[in-house]
Design a binder for this molecule. Structure first.
Ligand code: SF4
Length: 170
């Protein structure tokens, strides 16, 4: 890949990381990191909240994936799988529109989790798994990273010296 192609690589990002108050509880989950600031300046980041974009409200009842049925069920026992799948489709379309091959999504969310999700019992227990959006993006060749793997994401676009504040390849 040529260097000038890297500079224009866009990254899909969970909207709550950018301070948007879209979480189920009406809060944001700002990700404070020099790379985020740099990428924002460059216009690299394409935010999405799959749940809100699917039409779910803010705030909304928390939902978790049933590990057996794979359905997404709210704490009030409402099946919201369809809405979560719609949000995932919208996120995928966004990636296709912007030629995005990389995503930075919030860990453990039933939409955005990439290594873990809550176990479906609403008891704060996590299990290995991925959210509905992450699963669809990965099935379509998009690499998904979490807040814990932002360094690996940076390396994907050739950005290796950012901890020294060298952003030339970021
Ligand atoms: S669905 Fe993703 S972007 Fe939306 S609030 Fe949850 S973690 Fe953040």
């Amino acid at each position: 890949m040529k260097t000038n192609e890297r500079v224009t690589d866009k990254i899909l990002i969970s909207a709550c990381f950018l301070g948007e108050r879209v979480r189920y509880n009406g809060e944001a989950k700002p990700l404070v990191n020099v790379l985020i600031k740099e990428w924002q300046k460059q216009g690299r980041l394409i935010p999405v909240c799959p749940e809100v974009t699917s039409g779910l409200p803010v705030p909304r009842p928390p939902a978790e994936i049933d590990p057996v049925t794979k359905k997404v069920i709210t704490i009030e026992s409402v099946d919201v799988t369809e809405q979560f799948e719609k949000g995932a489709e919208i996120a995928l379309r966004l990636c296709q529109q912007h030629n995005i091959r990389l995503a930075l999504l919030k860990e453990s969310s039933p939409s955005c989790g990439s290594n873990s999700v809550y176990d479906g019992t609403f008891s704060q227990q996590k299990i290995i798994g991925e959210g509905v959006t992450t699963k669809l993006l990965r099935a379509n060749g998009i690499k998904v990273f979490s807040e814990a793997s932002i360094a690996q994401l940076a390396a994907q676009i050739g950005c290796t010296n950012w901890q020294l504040k060298f952003f030339d390849k970021c």
